[in-house]
Design a protein around this ligand. Structure first.
Ligand SMILES: [Zn+2]
Length: 283
């Protein structure tokens, strides 16, 4: 069970239907589950677009149709247009219904089959603001929400637009992620968050993240620090403890996460620019 399952349980409860929460399904299990869904005349299915694609691809491969399916609830990622093709073959009556949000904001808004897949109507209790660089931030005014009256920036950029579906009021068009996340051993490392954390240490004037790769894989992560840092190892231990990506990706070789005080950060000699993040490839 994770956040999306509780959401699905809440939706099912309020709409008076029964729901099954499914975790990961092995390739051999798809035809059985799909046969079950067809027998039970299931009317709705939900998940991230990449998980939904697996379901419909397996249905197409097994020749299973879901004529009773009317609603495809999706969230968590951008819609994948290829899904329309799968739906036309497997469940021609099904239409997409999207939800936009995050674990911190919960569901901010939703869209209907008549809205573009990247455009959502915020709920009445949600304030949506477009900040610097088009970054969206969200505030819930619902006191029953997990975190009312806190502003959250999810890292998505967007704009407020009228929706072609005709529903009045501004809708939120999501343009994609703008935050500084890099992949380290398959996990997303929030570089800006990490740098902000390090630069809050007394004596640190500036920091930089250096990822060393060998054969395309992250071998190590060095946090380079300008300034004075009396105990780099205690900061290193704190970063490992606080940063999920680092502790998980380097669970077997935590010594490959280092904090080093340096005389100069790595910068581009030509432009003089010093980025917060650099990759070094080892041959
Ligand atoms: Zn709309």
């Amino acid at each position: 069970m994770w956040g999306a399952h509780f959401l699905a349980a809440g939706l099912a409860d309020l709409s008076g239907c029964r729901v099954i929460a499914l975790g990961s399904v092995t390739a051999e299990e798809y035809p059985q589950w799909l046969g079950f869904l067809a027998d039970r005349k299931v009317t709705a299915i939900g998940g991230t677009p990449s998980v939904l694609r697996l379901w419909f691809a397996h249905a197409r491969a097994a020749g299973i149709e879901l004529p009773s399916l009317r609603k495809v609830l999706w969230l968590g990622e951008a819609w994948q247009p290829q899904l329309e093709e799968d739906l036309a073959a497997v469940a021609p009556k099904a239409r997409r219904h999207g939800m936009f949000g995050s674990t911190e904001t919960w569901v901010v808004g939703a869209n209907s089959p008549d809205c573009p897949a990247d455009t959502f109507h915020p709920f009445p209790h949600q304030l949506v603001h477009v900040g610097d660089g088009g970054l969206l931030d969200f505030t819930s005014l619902d006191p029953a929400m997990l975190n009312p009256v806190l502003r959250y920036r999810t890292g998505d950029a967007g704009e407020l637009v009228p929706c072609p579906c005709g529903r009045p009021g501004p809708a939120m068009r999501v343009l994609g992620r703008r935050d500084n996340v890099v992949q380290v051993r398959g996990l997303g490392l929030h570089v800006d968050e990490l740098l902000a954390r390090v630069e809050r240490e007394p004596g640190v004037t500036r920091a930089q993240v250096l990822v060393t790769e060998r054969g395309g894989r992250a071998e190590s992560v060095d946090v380079l620090v300008l300034g004075a840092l009396p105990d780099p190892d205690s900061l290193r231990r704190a970063l490992l403890a606080e940063t999920f990506t680092l502790s998980t990706a380097f669970v077997h070789d935590p010594e490959h996460v280092r904090v080093r005080v340096v005389d100069a950060l790595i910068s581009n000699d030509r432009t003089g620019k010093t980025a917060g993040f650099a990759v070094r490839e080892e041959l």
